[in-house]
Design a protein around this ligand. Structure first.
Ligand code: GTP
Ligand code: MG
Ligand code: ZN
Length: 377
């Protein structure tokens, strides 16, 4: 992994699986074990017994505190963080986090660092596959800049012929879906192959089988299945619990509650790049105008009779509306901020304008995934 060069050799590294009050569950790296890290620990514990493991294949997990130094410098520890662990106590299964390695990505909702890819799960039936909804999820996922995988579950409910039709259609969209059935254990081994050695977040509408899939891959996960976990459950769970589950064959997976319509909040200019079909068109031809929004401009390379072009136009309206909303927020009245002058007097003075025209950074785009987890309200 990228950040590893920041850790000194001989340091013990792990990945944060969950945050529970002031404790962190950290899955320790196994490969790094030989690189002298166990040597450092032997100084503290002579004849230390073998690490406590739940199974022979899974790496050991330590319940860790965060060093005071990290608290002082305000260094947060997130699920997904790569951390340096000191003073491991393998018998008690405890340790202390001494450092956090630089993150290569960070999502806010769910709050997870270092996510590599998004696994979008939809069902081919029950609930029926809605092309417009799928399109919206795909665009939202693309806008994070992370890799996007598409799994279509409940393939046991459709014929081979219908499956072929769906597959052809999505291929024209630029996606090669993996048809699975958690119920009949079809192609789930394939999914495992995509997940190994990566951090993956599962997203998709309610009732498509996200939690069922994780339970199928990781029997210990014990996630609730068949209950609506989104909107209704939100009231009951005041704090959102984010947890990474370990696949027996390596790789970490996070579940998310389903919901029905992600908000699109990219800029109108960016939107086109989140459609693989449009990217393909732009790779071989250019629009006449560099600021073309691909609506009715002359000599546009994107406009044409591809299936999702109407989706593009609809999402473009959303993106323009969102941008207008942002500008309004930053405009007339609100470009002035209230400044207290003391003695109960106050005076308006102009706000800094920089934010208004700020270009959306890659990092912000990554954080956009948080919208995937926002209920419609
Ligand atoms: N026929 C069929 N049913 C399935 C399959 N996988 C899951 N289901 C059923 O689909 C329903 C919903 O499954 P969940 O795993 O709770 O769906 P979810 O995506 O986690 O839903 P939310 O948590 O609400 O977002 C359950 O009744 C499952 O038993 C499958 O492969 N085939
Ligand atoms: Mg679920
Ligand atoms: Zn164009």
């Amino acid at each position: 992994m990228k950040g590893e060069s920041f850790a000194a050799s001989g340091q013990l590294l792990g990945t944060v699986l969950a945050v529970q009050a002031n404790f962190y569950r950290v899955q320790m790296d196994q490969e790094d074990g030989e690189q002298g890290s166990r040597g450092a620990e032997e100084k503290n514990e002579i004849n230390a017994p073998l690490p406590l493991c739940l199974s022979a294949t899974l790496p050991p997990v330590l319940l860790c505190t965060r060093r005071t130094r990290l608290k002082k410098i305000g260094q947060q520890v997130m699920v997904g963080d790569r951390v340096v662990v000191e003073e491991p106590n393998w018998t008690e299964g405890q340790g202390a986090i001494a450092n956090v390695l630089p993150r290569h990505s960070q999502l806010d909702r769910p709050a997870i660092a270092n996510v590599n890819q998004i696994l979008l799960v939809f069902a081919v039936a029950d609930p029926p596959l809605e092309p417009y909804q799928l399109s919206r999820f795909l665009v939202k996922a693309e806008s994070t800049g992370l890799d996007v995988l598409l799994c279509l579950n409940k393939s046991d409910l459709i014929s081979q012929q219908v499956q072929q039709q769906v597959s052809d259609r999505l291929l024209a969209w630029g996606y090669k879906p993996l048809f699975i059935s958690v119920k009949n254990d079809i192609n789930t081994e394939e999914v495992v192959g995509y997940l190994s050695n990566k951090i993956t977040v599962i997203a998709g509408p309610s009732g498509v089988g996200k939690s069922s899939l994780i339970n199928g891959l990781i029997p210990d996960a014990n996630l609730r299945v068949g209950e609506v976990s989104g909107k209704l459950a939100r009231g009951r769970h005041t704090t959102r619990h984010v947890e990474l589950f370990e696949l027996p064959s390596g790789g970490l997976l996070a579940d998310t509650p389903g919901f029905n319509q992600p908000d699109l909040d990219c800029t109108p200019e960016e939107l086109v790049h989140y459609f693989p079909e449009a990217r393909e068109r732009l790779a071989v031809a250019k629009c006449r105008f560099s600021d073309c929004l691909h609506r009715d401009e002359p000599e546009c390379a994107v406009r044409g009779d591809w299936e999702r072009y109407p989706h593009y136009l609809e999402f473009l309206d959303d993106a323009i509306a969102y941008q207008t909303h942002l500008h309004q927020q930053a405009d007339p009245e609100s470009t002035m901020k209230l400044k207290s002058k003391g003695k109960g007097q106050s005076q308006y003075e102009p706000k800094l304008e920089s934010k208004k025209y700020r270009r959306i950074s890659r990092k912000t785009q990554l954080q956009d995934l948080q919208e995937l987890y926002r209920d419609e309200e």
